[in-house]
Every structure is written in C-alpha cells, then in structure tokens.
Design a protein around this ligand. Sequence first.
Ligand code: TA6
Length: 298
Amino acid sequence: MPVEDLPSKVILTDPLDPNTNLTILKYGATIISWKNHGQEQLWLSEEARLDGSKPVRGGIPLVFPIFGKQKDPKHPTASLPQHGFARSSTWEFLGQTMESPVTVQFGLGPEHLSKEMATAWPFDFTLILTITLKENSLVTNISVANEGAPFEFNWLFHTYYRLNDITDTLVNNLVDQTCYDQLLTTSYIEKAPAISFHEEFDRVYSQINPARTIQIIDKGKVLFNLHRDGLPDCVVWNPWAKKSAAMADFMPKSAFHQMLCVEPGYVHSMITLMPGEKWVAEQEIELGGEIKIQANIY
Ligand code: TA6
C-alpha cells in the first residue's frame, strides 16, 4: 500500500520497492525515517520524543517562521520558541497527490496552532508541505501563502543525515562562500575546498548559487547530493561531544560521530509576504553519484 494514514504518522512505500519507504510523523510533519532499498538515510536520536512533547531530535524537522531565536524584542517572532512552531505543531494530512513517484501533502494554518502560538504570531498563513519519494531521492517542497496582513518569516529544512563516521566525512562546494560562524560569532569566507569535521561545527552559509550542489562525501564516495531551489542559505551543524552530552534527547552520546545536519533554508534575512502572495521552495536529496567540484560557480 503506497500510502498508509495511521493516527500519528503516515507511511509512504515506493510501489517498485517495499524497502524504499518514508515515515512521517504528523507532529511537525517530521520525516523521521527514509529507507532507500532498506538502508536508513536519516539520523534519529534513540531518545527522540515522538509523542509530541517536544520537537523531534533527528529526521527532517521544519523551521518556520523564525530560524534560531529572534534577537529583536519588538519583532512579531520575538516570543516564539527557537526555530518557531512548525516543528512542534501537529499538521493536517491532506492526502496523496500522485501515484508515481508517490507524493503526499501536509498542511498547517492558524487553526492547527496552540492558542499560545496563534496569539503570539497572529497571521493568516497557510503552509503546504509536499513530500515525494523517488527511487533514488527525496523531495520536500514547501509553499507559504498569506491571506491576511503582511508578515515576515524564515524557512529551513533541518535535515539530520546519517553517516558512517563524521571524521571520514567531507562537505564540498561551499568554498568561497560567506558564512556566519555561530560559535565564533563572526563572519568569514569559507576557504576549505571540502569541509572536514573534528570539533563542534555550526556555520550559516549564505546566498549560495543554486547551481552549486552541496555534497556529503564519505571516504571519497558521495552519500548525498543536496539540490536547492529557492533556498539560498545552508546551515551545517554537528554538536560534537560537549553539546551532545548536554542534550537529554541526544542519544547515544557517541552518535555525534554518525550524524551531520546540512540544512537548506532562507535565513540570511526575513522574507516578507504581502496579502495574497505565495513563496515556494524545495530541497531534493539525491543519493550517490560522482563527486562534483563546483568551486568556480558564484
Ligand atoms: O541548525 C543549527 C542550530 O541552530 C544549532 O545552533 C543548534 O541549536 C541546532 O540548531 C539544534 O537546535 P534545537 O533547538 O533543535 O536544539
């Protein structure tokens, strides 16, 4: 059965291969598992809360309407929790929209928010998340529509990738990009042709040409290719040992070796949506293929 609608989750199965499937929690419309020919592609903490008590530690949490915490106390997002409310609200399953590749949609509007959130951020928004499971890739598409007063927002797919070992992993095609280092609280140009990891890492790369495919490479073999449309920025994050130890829902504590977040979004500034306007963006995560060196695409 290509689409199974269960009380708290939806399961998508590739009609051509039962071992290629997705599990999507209705809470946060969070993809918590992506198996490709039986191989899990996403990292999910063993202590991830899947009961709606807190955002999921792993999979693909959704960040809206604010990335991080709003620093301007007067901004409408100032009272929202870190990374906003999309990942901690229960979305409505809207059904299957395509047979092959199997595609489903989820929706979120003010009617789905807690009273607290709807009061804190009183705008007439509609989010439609479209998820497509292909033989060798996963596509997540978001549309944000405004039916009321103008509002500003960020969007980000907070994807947790599963790795063999972070110390064997490289991320390429971010060279010469401007990044804000959240740990050093300073900006600089990335000079590493391929980024390696040996300590906590938390950088926001901004305005990356969409022609650049960000690749996650394990010992010379491409694991993931991140294609982006409408998502100019990308956060790269690994909490390493100390931060992992401090997160109760991050287990096992050694698992920072087996995960990396590479998170496409629009976070370098706020997007303003006027009444009647719609904003659409998409990430496609494609598996395998050849290493591409795109250092000369600006
Ligand atoms: O996306 C990177 C980041 O902003 C990190 O700074 C870290 O805070 C991470 O998100 C996880 O945030 P969370 O609220 O899920 O604990």
